[in-house]
Design a protein around this ligand. Structure first.
Ligand code: AAL
Length: 383
């Protein structure tokens, strides 16, 4: 009896099991449904809906791959570490051409660290630097125009180095925000506040305010030693300036990003009471996207290699996980300063490559990156 029962039970159960598996495998559609399907999902499938730009996770508009292209026109032949171009600004289109600003260093020797630094020997790749600019009509061939913002004479702020600039266009005037070092980077840390110069034309001349426009935080706060990578956008009728600081390099907390807003390019800037607003990343790269702001979160922190999105410009969520992100990217953003409520995204920009592994030849070069983060690839303004 016992034998008979089990011999009947086994085929009956296996039939049900096999047919159930077969049916559920068949019922999951070949393409991903727009809404999260009401059926058992693996953890991975489930978070594909919950975490990444639902309701069309297979079509995540903030997912992309990156392509890199060598530039023409800027000298790529000198790799002995005495010339460096790095940390490009956003790119703007004015007077029929693209403009970009960047940290330019031309010194007798490569950087040698803070202990060996002198008035002519740089401590770091961005020490003893100036802010230079180039223009282009196609985004590939660039013509170097020379210095935009020189190091001011001692004892003015930034006399040791001016670097890592970004541009704001506001009511037909141009405002350049940049790191101003009054001692060699690395002496204590990579310490600097943010300075600002302004001009009626992207070709200058630039007038320096000779003032700190974004001050470091008070003692024992996360941004007490440095404000790096100032990055202004116009959003919600205000200047939204994102920046990086670094908890003084504490290993677990290294490098996060904050926000300071203002009604006027000269300030005062008010830091967000939710700072840091991004717990990961390195150099700042953000752009208006739909009603909010999207951010590249590169290189450092638990959430590095992601693109994040904040509906309100403040509370960021991971939108996608990506690879080979552009370092220090300066994108071309057609609506960076239009106070848009429907940001259109980006398709290209400049970034830098550093050769950190060969310290005795330490320098950086600029390159072009292309990506697909535009809401309308046929939009002629994106090119
Ligand atoms: C960069 C930026 C800032 C830092 C240094 C030069 O990539 O994050 O500019 O100070 O490194």
């Amino acid at each position: 009896m016992k034998t008979l029962k089990s011999s009947l039970l086994f085929p009956t159960l296996s039939f049900f099991l096999v047919s159930t598996l077969y049916v559920s495998a068949q019922t999951f559609p070949f393409t991903l449904p727009a809404e999260k399907p009401n059926q058992p999902l693996s953890a991975s499938m489930s978070r594909n809906y919950d975490n990444y730009m639902a309701p069309r996770p297979e079509n995540n508009e903030l997912y992309t791959q990156f392509k890199y292209t060598e530039l023409k026109g800027l000298d790529y032949n000198n790799h002995d570490g005495t010339i460096s171009r790095r940390d490009p600004s956003k790119i703007i289109f004015e007077n029929g051409k693209y403009y970009v600003w960047y940290t330019y260093r031309h010194t007798a020797t490569p950087p040698k660290g803070a202990k060996l630094a002198t008035e002519t020997i740089p401590s770091a790749d961005w020490d003893l630097a100036e802010i230079w600019y180039s223009t282009s009509t196609d985004g590939i061939t660039w013509e170097e125009q020379g210095v935009a913002i020189p190091r001011p004479p001692k004892p003015n702020l930034g006399h040791r180095s001016v670097s890592t600039a970004d541009i704001l266009k506001w009511k037909d005037k141009y405002y350049m925000y940049y790191q101003g070092f009054s001692e060699a980077s690395g002496l204590r840390g990579d310490d600097c506040p943010v300075l600002m110069s302004y001009s009626d034309s992207p070709d200058g001349p630039w007038t320096t305010t000779n003032k700190i426009v974004i001050p470091n935080g008070p003692k024992d706060t996360w941004d007490q030693y440095s404000i790096h990578d100032p990055y202004p956008l116009v959003y919600k009728d205000k200047i939204y300036l994102y920046y990086k600081s670094d908890f003084d390099g504490q290993p677990e907390l290294i490098r996060m990003q904050g926000l300071a807003t203002a009604d006027n390019p000269l300030g005062p800037f008010t830091k967000s009471n939710l700072n840091p607003v991004l717990t990961s990343g390195h150099e700042t790269t953000l752009f208006p996207f739909k009603e909010g702001i999207a951010a590249f979160t590169i290189r450092d922190g638990n959430e590095h290699n992601t693109i994040q999105f904040a509906k309100d410009g403040v509370n960021f969520e991971i939108a996608s996980i990506v690879e080979m992100m552009p370092a220090a990217a300066g994108p071309y953003i057609p609506d960076a300063y239009t106070n848009t409520k429907n940001g259109r995204g980006i398709t290209w920009g400049l970034s830098h490559f550093t050769n950190a592994t060969t310290w005795d030849k330490n320098h950086a070069i600029l390159a072009r990156f292309d990506c697909d983060l535009s809401l309308d690839v046929n939009d002629p303004d994106m090119k």
